[in-house]
Design a protein around this ligand. Structure first.
Ligand code: EPZ
Length: 420
């Protein structure tokens, strides 16, 4: 299994361009199942999860052509409206095909995702929403079976709690449902608005995406489209923190500053200078000594849970005590244990992590448990004294395109090792 070897101490300097958003690419790829015509998607990052989603579409019967970040999907006919366990177990976001498959073919058989490192992550809100639109749902042999032989009927879906892929799944089901659907307490993430932009290009009639109430007028069928997805705000945030933790001077380009405004506010409070150096560029430099600043993760536009682990690594270098509260997932502090092994002073109390800093981190052999935890360990390795070996980097490869090349180009001492 590949691993990263990081030598700490380098100040990162220079520019890094952000790739397309993994969490936009996945629903956009699933949306291709909604039409028999070709859909061209641009800026699709070449990461493990997008490759898994393309494998799933192929399994469903779609033709998938890729090259240079452009993916062209043609789902002329869907022979196999299912997401098998062997694919779903490697990527829970496979549940994003549930809505499109039911909407397009009247049935779907999707494996339940099972557990995940950061929490139970059930999909009950996806299935109860589909039932509101007339699908019959049953569970058998570890699979969800959804059927709507007469097609879906529009209705009002109220999400008990905000769910990003739940909102996206229901949005993709609603666009072909008969009549009007209203999604209430919908997720407001930029990736939801990006999916709606693609669907409207395909002929859907969606209003309010990006707000907590989304209205959809169902149409009989969708047509092909050509769409460039938004930049990855989590990658952008990760690189801003990489610049911050090394006391460097890093400009993140091809990003949407608005999408990382909660992080930028925290970094400025923590003593960093952040400037918008262009319509799609943010520059981070030190302004004063790093100060500890509390953070609570919340749904967008609040502070992203996907940046919590990276922010915790930064707070180990800040003067004082910072309180990090994780409200979205019930078990998203595994990185704290590994950071402590590197010398960080962190105490976990339920949903809160108390970080006392600054700590001089020392390099260690560490293991990643999920995508963002692994990013946080790499960031800690950048500032630790000595060598850090981050194992199981397939987690990182799920959502970061060429992260080691991008970090090395900024001056990081990082290399990939393929032992055995
Ligand atoms: C999306 O996951 C992202 N993944 C996650 O990014 C991100 O952490 C998460 O949203 C929160 O922002 C993609 O977009 C592919 P949720 P999702 O449904 O949709 C509970 C990464 O690192 N819930 O918004 O699965 C759930 O357990 C990944 O790129 C239910 O109870 O998250 C969680 O506690 C990690 N029932 C909360 O809601 C449901 O039916 C929010 O989950 C659905 C969700």
């Amino acid at each position: 299994m590949d691993r990263f070897v990081v030598q700490g101490g380098a100040r990162l300097e220079g520019e890094v361009a952000v790739s397309g958003a993994k969490n936009s690419a996945l629903p956009a790829l699933a949306a291709c199942l909604l039409t028999s015509e070709p859909v061209t998607l641009r800026r699709i990052p070449d990461v493990r999860d997008t490759r898994t989603m393309m494998k799933l579409l192929h399994h469903n019967g779609a033709a998938v052509e890729t090259g240079g970040g452009v993916v062209r999907v043609t789902a002329e006919a869907i022979q196999n409206p299912e997401a098998p366990y062997e694919i779903v177990k490697t990527m829970r976001a496979s549940s994003l095909v549930l809505g499109p498959l039911v909407a397009r073919t009247g049935r779907a058989r999707v494996s339940l995702p099972g557990g995940c490192a950061i929490g139970a992550r059930p999909i009950n809100l996806h299935t109860s929403g589909l039932e509101r639109l007339g699908a019959r749902i049953r569970q058998e042999h570890g699979y969800i079976v959804a059927e709507a032989p007469q097609g879906l009927k529009g209705g009002v879906v109220y999400f008990d709690r905000i769910t990003v892929t739940g909102t996206e799944d229901l949005l993709m089901a609603a666009v072909l449902a008969e009549g009007e659907t209203v999604l209430k307490n919908a997720a407001r993430e930029p990736e939801v608005a990006d999916l709606a932009a693609l669907l409207n290009k395909m002929g859907a009639r969606i209003q309010g995406a990006g707000t907590s109430t989304i209205r959809v007028q169902g149409v009989r069928e969708l047509h092909g489209a050509d769409h460039a997805i938004i930049p990855d705000r989590i990658e952008a945030g990760t690189f801003l923190i990489a610049g911050a933790i090394t006391g460097g001077d890093v400009t993140v380009t091809r990003c949407v500053p608005e999408h990382v405004s909660a992080l930028v506010a925290k970094l400025q409070q923590a003593g960093l200078e952040i400037d918008e150096t262009g319509p799609d560029a943010l520059r981070v430099r030190p302004r004063s000594r790093l100060r500890s600043v509390d953070v609570t993760t919340e749904e967008y536009p609040g502070f992203a849970t996907d940046l919590q682990a990276q922010y915790m690594a930064l707070m180990t270098q800040a003067e004082g005590i910072s309180l990090i509260t994780e409200t979205i997932f019930e078990n998203r502090f595994m990185h704290a244990l590994e950071l402590s092994r590197m010398g960080a002073n962190i105490r976990i109390e339920g949903r809160q992590a108390i970080v006392a800093g600054p700590s001089q981190l020392t390099g260690a052999a560490v293991i990643a448990s999920d995508l963002r935890a692994s990013a946080s360990l790499v960031l800690a390795g950048l500032v630790a004294r000595g060598e850090t070996v981050v194992d199981r980097i397939y987690h990182i490869e799920r959502g970061y395109e060429n992260i080691e090349e991008k970090l090395a180009a900024l001056g990081a001492q990082i290399r990939r090792e393929s032992p055995g």
